[in-house]
Write a new protein. Structure first.
Length: 407
């Protein structure tokens, strides 16, 4: 596992270059740079060693975000479309990339390409950075001579995925925050407030109403058994995670999510959007349909829908259409099936899938907004009901006792 070296050098045109290179020794690194026509002015070892894979690339700059990968892809597309040689384009990306992990990976890709490897093969050595979509689309672009166009489509796809994820996160952040605050507030009330109020009842030697006794019992249980409650919650969560990590458990959980009353339709929309956008981009880039469906199947993040796609893929190998098996599985909306069938008949399947992706992305955004608008008042009403019950059960009897005492 050879070390990595930082270097500074002058190119034949007199411009200074900075970069990273992998070599067994510093002398070997200098020889590699000399073969590129570079005059080395400074070379320093960056790290002790690394295997030729992103699986063990040091996390100098942490993870590589989708935003950074999308930006890098768009920049590479612009350079390639400007007829700049690929090695030179990669060198420019290495110099300007701020994320150290991505910088190291790009340096390795540049080195492999410079030694005669294709860009797709060089990227496939780093599966944690460049997924199967990335590699297959680049391979198709290199084969068809449309690498610049394919890279632009790939950047668009990454940005669409990022946009969809952002809409979901932004829409659900506030309700989740409210829920956490509500749970924390209730725990504080039952742990600190209720015991003191119950103590006032006991000091007055007055019988507690039924609802007040219920609150007192809940408070006593919470204060006494909170370690067991917390431990049970953690254990239950751990067992649940272990269960859904199994094939059977994951399938059942995904099926339950798709049929959940409120969140089910949203989860289905997200899966359909991922399927349609991925298929549209891959097919329009020249990736074979069987390969495209296999990649899309792994991205929908839902076992029932992934199984439906796998069945449709098997039917295609037997000469059948995509739409019929998707219709039979019952997991895809009728409108989607209808549009896919039209796309197959007219020979415009990529365009039709793109229309589906655009339509459903808008529906996801609208659904998230409507769910947020619905959840906020429901949570406020729920918290108001709990607080009202506490006031009715504790404060009202205390006020009545106080009024009787004053008389």
């Amino acid at each position: 596992m050879p070390p990595i070296y930082d270097f500074k050098a002058f190119a034949p045109d007199g411009k200074q270059q900075k970069g990273i290179i992998e070599a067994e020794t510093q002398k070997a690194a200098r020889l590699k740079l000399k073969k590129r026509g570079l005059v080395v002015t400074e070379i320093v070892e960056k790290t002790a060693a690394r295997p030729h894979s992103s699986a063990s690339v040091p996390f100098f700059g942490g993870r590589v975000s989708v935003r950074e990968l999308s930006l890098m892809t768009r920049q590479l597309a612009s350079l390639v479309k400007a007829n700049i040689p690929l090695v030179e384009a990669l060198n420019a990306l290495v110099e300007q990339t701020e994320n150290e992990r991505l910088k190291v990976v790009l340096s390795q890709v540049r080195q492999d390409v410079n030694e005669g490897s294709s860009l797709a093969k060089a990227c496939s050595a780093h599966p944690r950075i460049f997924d199967s979509i990335f590699v297959n689309m680049i391979e198709a672009g290199e084969s068809s001579g449309t690498l610049g166009l394919v890279l632009l489509k790939l950047a668009d796809l990454k940005e669409a995925q990022m946009r969809l994820r952002g809409k979901i996160i932004s829409g659900m952040t506030y309700p989740m925050l409210m829920m956490v605050v509500a749970i924390g507030l209730l725990m504080a009330i039952f742990t600190f407030v209720i015991p003191k109020l119950i103590g006032i009842f006991e000091s007055m030697n007055k019988p507690m109403p039924f609802t007040t006794r219920v609150l007192a019992d809940i408070s006593d249980f919470t204060v006494t058994w909170w370690p067991a409650i917390l431990g049970s919650a953690v254990l239950g969560f751990w067992m649940f995670r272990r269960y859904i990590a199994t094939t059977k458990g994951r399938a059942r959980w995904d099926g339950f999510k798709l049929r959940a009353p409120i969140f089910g339709p949203l989860i289905r929309m997200i899966a359909v959007t991922r399927f349609a956008s991925t298929m549209a981009t891959l097919l329009s880039s020249g990736v074979p349909i069987l390969t495209s469906m296999n990649i899309a199947r792994n991205l929908v993040d839902s076992v029932p829908i992934a199984n439906a796609i796998a069945t449709a893929r098997e039917n295609i190998t037997e000469g059948q259409s995509i739409a019929d098996p998707l219709r039979r599985c019952g997991e895809f909306p009728p409108l989607v099936i209808h549009m896919i069938a039209i796309g197959e008949k007219t020979g415009e399947l990529p365009d039709m899938l793109k229309n589906i992706a655009t339509t459903y992305e808008e529906q996801v955004s609208s659904k998230v907004e409507s769910m947020t608008a619905l959840l906020e008042p429901l949570m406020i009403v729920g918290m108001g009901g709990v607080v009202g019950f506490i006031v009715f059960s504790v404060f009202m009897p205390l006020l009545q006792i106080n009024n009787v005492a004053q008389r």
